[in-house]
Design a protein around this ligand. Structure first.
Ligand SMILES: Nc1ncnc2c1ncn2[C@@H]1O[C@H](COP(=O)(O)OP(=O)(O)OP(=O)(O)O)[C@@H](O)[C@H]1O
Ligand SMILES: [Mg+2]
Length: 155
């Protein structure tokens, strides 16, 4: 664990930003999230194609001590990792319309009644027809030098 990343605060309503110069930095940011987020956390991962959303979730998996490889759910829509400290539910909604997303009833993953509460990470949250009551909004953008900027805020 490097000391170059900030202490993460998920309580502040003020958006926070951090430079991620390399893919390794994106991964490390995810590790910090995975180590510190409580069960029931929902992450909305915004950012263009190739901005690093899946890389961030791979870091979260490492932070949760998930041994399996975290692979992009672009075609499967959801990947569930249940054999770790906390379950990780990883969605990629890119290929769906909001009406199709509504039919998935994603709320069962965050209301904790049918599935154990864990970390819910959603790529392409623009496709959600409704938002959870509380979530961590994360935006990854490209920087001129080929790295990324991450901006996050608790909502
Ligand atoms: N901070 C960074 N600086 C430079 N490259 C990065 C950074 N973070 C991730 N990458 C690289 O960007 C590429 C795309 O990453 P990734 O697949 O995670 O993006 P994504 O947002 O999930 O894409 P998609 O929208 O297709 O799902 C990968 O090659 C990854 O290594
Ligand atoms: Mg992805």
């Amino acid at each position: 664990m490097t000391d170059s990343l900030p202490v993460l605060s998920f309580q502040s309503v003020e958006p926070q930003t951090w430079q991620l110069p390399t893919a390794e930095a994106t991964h490390e940011f995810g590790v910090r999230l995975g180590r510190s987020l409580p069960p029931g956390s929902i992450l909305l991962l915004n950012g263009d194609l190739g901005s690093g959303k899946t890389t961030l979730v791979q870091g979260i998996g490492a932070g949760l001590d998930i041994a399996e490889p975290i692979v992009s759910p672009t075609f499967t829509l959801i990947n569930e990792y249940l054999n770790s400290r906390l379950p990780l539910y990883h969605f990629d909604l890119y290929r769906l319309e909001p009406t199709e997303v509504a039919a998935l009833h994603l709320e069962i993953y965050w209301d904790g009644q049918e599935t154990p509460l864990g970390i819910v990470a959603i790529e392409w949250p623009e496709r959600l027809p409704y938002l959870p009551a509380n979530y961590l909004n994360i935006l990854l953008t490209d920087t001129a030098d080929g790295g990324r900027l991450v901006r996050w805020a608790a909502v």
